[in-house]
Design a protein around this ligand. Structure first.
Ligand SMILES: Nc1ncnc2c1ncn2[C@@H]1O[C@H](COP(=O)(O)OP(=O)(O)OP(=O)(O)O)[C@@H](O)[C@H]1O
Ligand SMILES: [Mg+2]
Length: 232
């Protein structure tokens, strides 16, 4: 049987007919699919994506299919995909916003497609709220032990809320023995380039976290203080 988006959705959702798949996605059987472009495209280093909308009258649900295609250094595609799901679960339990997950298949998932990247908010009325939302996320992630270096470029927006969409190797696994300062400093610079002022709530939140960590390091009871000393 030839590949088609309809077949992929039936398979992913585990039903026999596309009408049933539409119903499981909260639409009626009459809903239609509008693809943004024909076929899959490479999303980035670890994904292939297929973007489409489910449309019924005035109602439209932007969706994205994401296939896990990791690069070198992972045990297997399946284990990499399982890691995506674990990280996604752990961060959303912490209250970090993630795209709505419609369906999970064998190394493929279907999720809400968000309209804009955080970095596109520069100069808009939402920039300072989004910066604060992103800064809170960064602080939560480093508190959980994650050490992302280029987090801000993986953030998308749902209104004034920053949403994390990438749970791959850029987020990585929690590594509490590694000092969080690099992650915090990189996020600080990136948020500053969004145009928010140096004394904004967002940047004050990140810089006060950097100050806390530096102080903990000198007091000497931080989990990562040994590795900080070793790397100097
Ligand atoms: N939920 C989403 N909403 C909108 N676009 C998305 C979403 N998820 C992924 N994308 C699109 O697909 C691209 C790749 O997704 P993602 O960042 O998850 O994968 P990646 O292969 O790890 O990418 P990178 O190499 O940039 O880290 C994004 O840059 C974006 O264009
Ligand atoms: Mg990535």
């Amino acid at each position: 049987m030839a590949w088609s988006l309809e077949n992929e959705l039936r398979d992913l959702i585990g039903v026999n007919e596309i009408g049933e798949a539409m119903e499981r996605l909260g639409f009626s059987r009459r809903a239609s699919i509008t693809s943004l472009r024909s076929g899959w495209r490479r999303g980035g280093a670890e994904t292939y994506v297929y973007e489409f909308d489910l449309v019924e009258g005035a109602r439209e649900a932007p969706m994205i299919l994401k296939a896990c295609t990791p690069g070198f250094g992972v045990a297997s595609v399946r284990s990499s995909f399982q890691k995506w799901l674990q990280r996604r679960r752990s961060v959303s339990e912490r209250g970090i916003a993630t795209p709505h997950l419609y369906a999970v298949g064998d190394c493929v998932l279907l999720e809400e497609r968000l309209p804009t990247k955080l970095t596109a908010a520069k100069g808009t009325g939402l920039a300072s709220d989004l910066a604060l939302s992103a800064a809170s996320m960064v602080v939560d992630l480093v508190d959980m032990g994650y050490r992302p270096v280029d987090l801000i470029s993986d953030l998308w927006c749902r209104g004034a809320v920053a949403v994390l969409v990438d749970f791959g190797e850029d987020l990585g696994d929690p590594a509490t023995a590694v000092p969080p300062t690099k992650s915090l400093q990189a996020s600080y610079s990136c948020l500053k380039s969004l145009g928010v002022s140096g004394d904004s709530q967002a940047l004050r939140l990140i810089s006060s976290r950097i100050a806390d960590f530096v102080q903990e390091c000198f007091v000497g009871d931080a989990k990562w203080s040994e590795s900080t000393k070793n790397s100097n």
